[in-house]
Ligand binder design. Structure first.
Ligand SMILES: Cc1cc2nc3c(=O)[nH]c(=O)nc-3n(C[C@H](O)[C@H](O)[C@H](O)COP(=O)(O)OP(=O)(O)OC[C@H]3O[C@@H](n4cnc5c(N)ncnc54)[C@H](O)[C@@H]3O)c2cc1C
Length: 250
């Protein structure tokens, strides 16, 4: 048995006809001193500063943070590090808060949306190798770990039955998709919608969301691991406002 956990590069996965992504987001991130507005909150910046994804500032404590962004290469030919430099130097909300004290720089990639299979004869693949990643946030640590456990159970059962064929291992993909498939599909729809939106439209939607009732529902039920449950709650409790929002979806 081979467990493929090689990350986004997917070189070995391709040899087995496994993997393939709908998109790959290019990222640049620095660790730096940064003047957070509130160290209990992550800052998220949408729009054309990071075409096709978003920019973030994550507090690490003691005025330190990870500041980075992702870019969809289909929407921008510039390197993500150039986008990051532009964001840090020119974004009006950062005015003076970034101190040009870079402690480390990470360049990486985030796979979004699995196109092919996550198994083959004697092979299962986990994590970024098969885009087990949240399409809205790009987070893959939790989902990769969850699917790793499912892979381990499938492999144990396959050994018990003495059958590691692709047909037998297909139960791995059914099991992880049963667990997270709907969230990934829904997340992909939101990803395709929100990260291709013009700046003016984003501003309009954020104005609409800046409503006490909506913010209460988001604060109570918002869960980065489950955008679908938040959407259901919003639809149930705030149908009028949501109807106003849906006109932007079409
Ligand atoms: C800038 C950035 C910030 C991120 N921030 C977050 C975050 O805050 N939260 C979150 O949940 N996710 C985050 N992610 C995503 C997260 O890093 C990945 O989803 C996660 O690391 C995937 O784990 P993995 O084990 O599948 O792959 P990886 O972490 O990429 O590990 C794969 C490993 O396999 C090794 N490897 C590859 N090929 C071979 C080979 N042939 N032989 C031996 N070894 C090999 C690689 O060197 C690597 O060490 C971020 C990603 C980026 C790019």
């Amino acid at each position: 048995m081979i467990v493929l956990a090689e990350g986004v590069c997917g070189r070995i996965a391709r040899m087995f006809g496994v993997g393939g992504f709908e998109k790959v987001i290019s990222c640049a991130q620095i660790e730096t001193t940064y003047d957070f507005l509130d160290e209990d909150f992550v800052e998220v910046f949408l729009g054309s500063w990071s075409p096709g994804f978003f920019a973030w500032a994550v507090p690490l404590g003691d005025d330190l943070g990870r500041v980075g962004l992702g870019v969809n290469p289909e929407l921008s030919a510039s390197h993500p590090a150039d986008h990051l430099q532009n964001f840090l130097s020119n974004h009006p909300a950062l005015n003076g808060r970034y101190k040009e004290n870079v402690m480390s720089l990470t360049i990486g990639a985030i796979p979004i949306g699995l196109k092919g299979r996550s198994y083959a004869d004697g092979v299962v693949a986990v994590g970024d190798a098969v885009a087990q990643v949240k399409p809205i946030s790009g987070g893959g640590v939790y989902l990769g770990t969850l699917c790793g456990r499912i892979a381990a159970q499938t492999i144990a059962e396959a050994f018990e039955n003495g059958d590691t064929s692709a047909k037998r291992l297909s139960s791995y993909e059914r099991a992880w998709k049963k667990e997270i498939g709907r969230e990934l599909k829904f997340g992909m729809k939101i990803h395709n919608w929100i990260f291709t939106m013009k700046d003016e439209k984003i501003s309009e939607i954020l104005k609409l969301l800046n409503d006490e009732k909506i913010l209460n529902v988001v604060n109570t039920y918002g869960d980065i691991d489950s955008p679908l449950s938040l959407a259901k709650k919003l639809l149930k409790e705030l149908d009028f406002n949501i109807l106003r929002m849906i006109k932007f979806l079409i």
